[in-house]
Design a protein around this ligand. Structure first.
Ligand code: 4NP
Length: 141
């Protein structure tokens, strides 16, 4: 799960997908394309909206996407088109580039960083539904 800062959207996406696949054997992680917040905990507003939905993301620490993530992961789900195009540019091969897609099909998960609690609630709902769709396809349901 990838966004810009790895403190608002992708930590939520990581926590939500882990929750949905908790009984399955998948390795799920998140990262940002930017280095601003490396080592930081998720934004408090993300921690709070996750907690309200019984998901604990407070132990996560932000990291920057690394080139070898293209090898380590089978699917790389990205929150918006800018981050998708930045990662496409980084991809070392077509095989790597083909692992990339928008989490929410043809839509962007809006950046809530400069928003308020309502924006974080909306982002939670969007990511939750997008993860349901992803899990449905993954498990062929
Ligand atoms: P995220 O949100 O990409 O969902 O983690 C942002 C976090 C930080 C910044 C922008 C977006 N920032 O500009 O510092």
């Amino acid at each position: 799960m990838v966004c810009l800062g790895n403190i608002c959207r992708s930590p939520l996406a990581e926590g939500i997908l882990k929750d949905k696949l908790s009984d399955k054997n998948y390795y799920i992680d998140s990262a940002g394309t930017a280095a601003y917040h490396i080592g930081c905990s998720p934004d408090l507003r993300s921690i709070e909206v996750a907690a309200k939905n019984s998901i604990d993301i407070s132990d996560q620490k932000a990291r920057k996407f690394k080139i070898n993530d293209f090898q380590r992961f089978d699917k790389i789900l990205v929150m918006d088109r800018k981050n998708l195009s930045d990662l496409k540019r980084l991809a070392p091969s077509d095989k790597a580039a083909n692992k990339l897609s928008l989490l929410w099909e043809n839509n962007e998960v809006p950046d809530p960083y400069y928003g308020d609690e309502d924006d974080f609630n909306a982002v939670f709902e969007i990511i939750d539904r997008a993860c349901d769709t992803f899990v449905g396809k993954l498990l062929n349901r």
